[in-house]
Design a protein around this ligand. Structure first.
Ligand SMILES: [Zn+2]
Length: 211
């Protein structure tokens, strides 16, 4: 886009907006145009919301989902089933699964997937934390995790990560299942529609880790 004729303040805004995921320069310009047409109070509220979120939101110390406290509302919820643990790649995947409803267990967010090709080793993501969390549940008097639902998407890395987890926990008396049914190959959870995701969760299957 030839934008030299635009006021520099607009160019700066378009430049910042186009850094957002899936936002090209044209979309950034449309968003900028929309923002400039809004009431100044709306912009102040947007600015405040961004600032608050950046300052207050951190990751839950147990499951690594978004939280404003040490523990997130799901980890704090005593009604949830401690024996059922769903493993996902990103915080947004928790949102997708919570939106379809029906899952009563707890979560663990990996913040990435194991990918030797991209140089992502297990310790660069929250994989050791997961293994420790499940092991610990089996060694303490607290309720232990009896089923791990691996909901890491159907990409090559999602499959590899699921297999890694299943393999490293195969010595424990916990069932390890994988959601996949209905999700297209290479599919990420956040892009799946609600009914596909519900079907994938209900149709989860055991992972075979035999050589
Ligand atoms: Zn949590």
């Amino acid at each position: 886009m030839r934008s030299a004729y635009l006021p520099s303040a607009i160019r700066k805004l378009v430049n910042e907006l186009s850094k957002l995921p899936s936002v090209g320069e044209k979309t950034a310009f449309r968003l900028a145009q929309h923002l400039l047409s809004r009431d100044p109070m709306d912009i102040i509220e947007l600015e405040q919301a961004l600032k608050n979120a950046r300052e207050r939101v951190r990751f839950c110390e147990r499951c690594f989902a978004y939280s404003e406290q040490e523990l997130c509302p799901i980890c704090e919820d005593h009604q949830r089933d401690d024996s059922l643990l769903c493993v996902v790649e990103k915080p947004v995947d928790v949102v997708a699964l919570e939106q379809i409803g029906g899952f009563t267990g707890r979560y663990h967010v990996l913040h990435g997937l194991w990918s030797p090709m991209r140089g992502v080793s297990p310790d660069k993501i929250k994989l050791p934390d997961l293994l420790q969390r499940v092991e610990k549940s089996h060694s303490s008097d607290n309720a232990s995790v009896t089923e791990l639902v691996l909901a890491t998407g159907t990409t090559v890395e999602g499959d590899a990560t699921a297999f890694y987890i299943a393999k490293h926990l195969s010595h424990l008396p916990a069932k390890v299942t994988r959601i996949a049914q209905g999700l297209p190959k290479g599919g990420e959870l956040e892009y799946a529609d609600e009914s596909t995701l519900r079907y994938a969760l209900e149709g989860r299957k055991d992972i075979d880790v035999r050589e």
